[in-house]
Design a protein around this ligand. Structure first.
Ligand SMILES: O=C(O)c1ccccc1NCC(=O)[C@H](O)[C@H](O)COP(=O)(O)O
Length: 261
């Protein structure tokens, strides 16, 4: 079993348990459920947008512990100070050391910059939960969902006013998505082997229509690469480890953004 299969198997068990413990009705009554989500699309397209989606990531299957000291509060304030276009917060506990409280704490600090709830969505329950904890955007990973699921979960998110970042790694996964006005993330990391190759972004960029917003994800650690990817039409750049591996992720993010040409 590859790591992605392991993550998904674990996630399905976790969500089945959660469904027994938490009533959807309770989620719907939470104060965040009433707020109007912020738009990632608008943020990425706004004039002068940095395009940087900066991630809060404590650990990962490929790198182990990345940063177990930085707090969500300090990192959120630092990323906002750096003028990120959005925050991404990993909420998977078992493999990434995250939790939904991180999103709730970040939301309590700021309501100006979109928050992506980064997790492995395998059930509509998690989408309702995303809205209840104050997220604005969810991630749908084409590698672990069918065409039908991508469509249905996308519709559920839209009905709740949430935007979706659809993540693909190759043409086969791209073919599962209806490509009209979507936000498409091309993950440079193969989630089954951890191999990172920026060529994935470059190769798939031309296969995505202009009605979509293109986001390049993973392995981005040089401001010059961001400048280069912009030439291929990318408007968003999801970066985690490069900031989180430092003592002060917010400061690292600010310096990185200052260097983008
Ligand atoms: O990061 C991993 O090791 C990983 C392994 C298996 C599934 C997903 C994984 N990462 C999720 C991500 O997509 C990244 O956290 C995100 O794109 C940022 O990547 P990076 O800048 O390389 O930290």
């Amino acid at each position: 079993m590859n790591i992605l299969d392991k993550i998904i198997a674990h996630k399905k068990q976790e969500v089945a348990q959660l469904r027994k413990e938490v009533q959807i009705e309770k989620l719907v009554k939470s104060p965040n459920f009433q707020r109007t989500p912020l738009s990632l699309k608008k943020s990425l397209l706004s004039i002068g947008s940095t395009g940087i989606i900066a991630e809060f990531k404590r650990q990962s299957p490929s790198k182990g512990i990345i940063n177990d000291k930085a707090t969500i509060e300090d990192v959120t304030n630092g990323y906002l100070d750096a003028k990120v276009a959005a925050q991404s917060i990993l909420t998977d506990a078992h493999f990434f050391g995250g939790n939904i409280l991180d999103v709730m704490k970040a939301r309590a600090i700021q309501d100006t910059t979109p928050i992506l709830r980064k997790d492995f969505i395998v059930d509509g329950f998690q989408i309702v939960e995303a809205k209840a904890i104050g997220a604005d955007v969810i991630l749908l990973i084409a590698a672990c969902l069918t065409k039908e699921e991508l469509k249905n979960y996308g519709k559920l998110a839209a009905d709740l006013g949430l935007e979706v970042l659809y993540e693909v790694h190759n043409q086969e996964e791209l073919d599962k998505i209806e490509l009209d006005n979507k936000i498409i993330g091309i993950n440079n990391r193969n989630l089954k082997t951890f191999e990172v190759d920026l060529e994935h972004s470059i190769e798939l960029a031309s296969k995505i229509p202009d009605s979509c917003i293109k986001v390049s994800e993973s392995g981005l650690n040089d401001p010059r690469v961001i400048t280069g990817l912009k030439e291929y039409g990318f408007q968003g750049f999801l970066i985690g480890e490069n900031f989180m591996k430092t003592e002060n992720p917010g400061q690292a993010c600010k310096e990185f953004i200052d260097q983008i040409g």
